[in-house]
Design a protein around this ligand. Structure first.
Ligand code: ADP
Length: 480
């Protein structure tokens, strides 16, 4: 069998699918990158701000509660409170005001606002009696503000204000951010390359499938898809190749059958034409010859009718759907033997029939009749004068066994396999003389296969033949 492999069309065909896959991949990659770049950084930023808030608010309220206990708010008392809390060790600006916002203490000597009234939003909020924290992250630093009121009973005696700039945390966050970006760009590059390779290979494989389907569509069932691997696409390719192989086989068988059938129909038609031409063209033909020719024409027509009936039977075996019928095979055997009784008598053949046990099978009566009738008829046809045909039907465990044994002409060993082929005859002349078409045994075989059974032949040339059909017995309730 010629295996043709075509690589043309590849990469040209399923562009749409590949584009869609690329689009979905790019979309997903984009979403993943955005999440990976934004989410961890935002979480870390949130943690820095939360820690700063906790620290600053706890320090600012600690200082305010120490100052609340001082008899007066003076730079000295404020300095010593800051010293007690060790707040001067941190890089913060600390401002303490009186209730009017007048700065009593400023830790910054550079831009000191000591002695001035300040209107910082945080100080105003604190003088309103509330703790406050505020933070901005920009230009490589966290700017953090916190303020708390100094309360004595219900009286606000002043406010404590902290400001600090956290460059270290901002730097750390920045480096984490740029590292994540670096890693994600590297991963992006790698995955784009991997995706392009995968997409290209997927495209090639889909194209290979498409080429195969197109070839089959145009009637080339010799074409086989070549695909490596063991994934689903390879399995589809394998199934496709198997399907093509089966179609190719049945196509060959169909062509052979049509050729054989036409040949078989042509022979009797040619005889009819020849005989009728002889009658019409020969003016001096005698009445006896005309009668003889008309008899031959009648025989050829009978033959044509038999061929067409058997072709219909083959078609039925091919296309009859499995039907839920239970057939009592003993009845069918008795009926077929009854019809063939006269034929056996005419041929001077002794026909013996014996049926034993429950011989129900799951089949249509039509199919069983074809099997039984053809085998008994052949055993009579291909027998000799004073010969014998022994038909037995019995139940053997889960099977029904039907045997037709004859003492006829037998079949040569090398022909035995071929007798089930359509239109095959061992002795063409004898078969033709007995009205044979060469289709009977092929019909028997098709029905037997269809019913899940098996047919075997044992024959000795010149002595006789035994055909044995084994069918699965019907074991359920009868009358389904
Ligand atoms: P046909 O219509 O020619 O009988 P079949 O398909 O029934 O066609 O049989 C195929 C050939 O097998 C016959 O032509 C005949 O040569 C041979 N054959 C079938 N049955 C027997 C038999 N019982 N004994 C000897 N030859 C047989």
């Amino acid at each position: 069998m010629a295996i043709i492999s075509k690589q043309t069309d590849i990469l040209r065909t399923p562009q749409g699918l590949r584009r869609k896959i690329l689009f979905i991949y790019a979309l997903m990659l984009g979403i993943v990158l955005v999440i990976v770049n934004i989410y961890p950084v935002r979480i870390m930023e949130r943690q820095i701000v939360d820690t700063a808030r906790d620290n600053m608010l706890s320090d600012v309220t600690a200082l305010s509660s120490i100052l609340r206990q001082s008899s007066e708010l003076s730079p000295d008392t404020i300095s010593s409170a800051i010293g007690v809390l060790r707040l001067d060790e941190q890089n913060r600006r600390i401002i303490v005001t009186d209730p009017s916002g007048l700065v009593l203490y400023d830790s910054s000597s550079k831009n000191s606002v000591k002695g001035k009234v300040v209107v910082y939003a945080e100080i105003i909020t604190a003088l309103g009696g509330e703790d406050v924290f505020y933070c901005i992250h920009e230009e490589g630093a966290f700017d953090e503000w916190a303020a708390a009121p100094i309360m004595r009973g219900n009286l606000i005696e002043g406010a404590v204000y902290f400001y600090q700039q956290d460059v270290e945390s901002a730097k750390l966050l920045g480096s984490v951010e740029s590292n994540i970006r670096l890693v994600s760009f590297a991963a992006l590059g790698l995955s784009i390359v991997a995706m392009l390779i995968f997409n290209r290979s997927l495209g090639k494989r889909f194209s290979a499938l498409l080429v195969g389907v197109r070839e089959a569509g145009s009637g080339n069932f010799n074409y086989r898809i070549k695909m490596k691997g063991s994934d689903e696409l390879t399995q589809i390719a394998g199934e496709f190749n198997e399907l093509s192989h089966r179609i190719q086989r049945s196509e060959t068988a169909r062509r052979q059958f049509v050729a054989d059938a036409s040949h078989e129909l042509k022979t009797p038609l040619a005889s009819i034409k020849l005989l009728s031409d002889s009658i019409s063209q020969n003016k001096n033909i005698s009445r006896d010859t005309v009668d003889e020719f008309l008899g031959d024409i009648g025989n050829e027509i009978d033959r044509l009718i038999r061929i067409s009936e058997e072709l219909i039977a083959i078609n039925k075996a091919d296309f009859t759907a499995e039907e839920n019928y239970v057939c009592n095979m003993a009845d069918t055997v008795e009926r077929a033997a009854d019809r063939l009784k006269i034929k056996a008598e005419t041929a001077q053949v002794d026909l013996q029939v014996s049926c034993e046990g429950d011989c129900a099978v799951f089949a249509t009566d039509d199919g069983i009749y074809h099997i039984v009738f053809n085998l008994i008829e052949n055993a009579i046809k291909y027998n000799r004068k004073e010969g014998r045909v022994t038909v037995t039907l019995k139940r053997v465990e889960d099977n029904v066994v039907f045997t037709v044994e004859d003492t006829g002409i037998g079949i040569p060993l090398h022909e035995q396999k071929r007798v089930f082929e359509r239109f095959f005859r061992v002795d063409k002349n004898r078969s033709r003389a007995t009205g044979g078409t060469g289709l009977g045994l092929s019909i028997v075989k098709e029905w037997t296969d269809k019913l899940g059974g098996e047919i075997t032949l044992k024959s000795t040339y010149g002595e006789g033949s035994v055909f044995k059909v084994v069918l699965p017995a019907y074991t359920g309730e009868a009358g389904v």
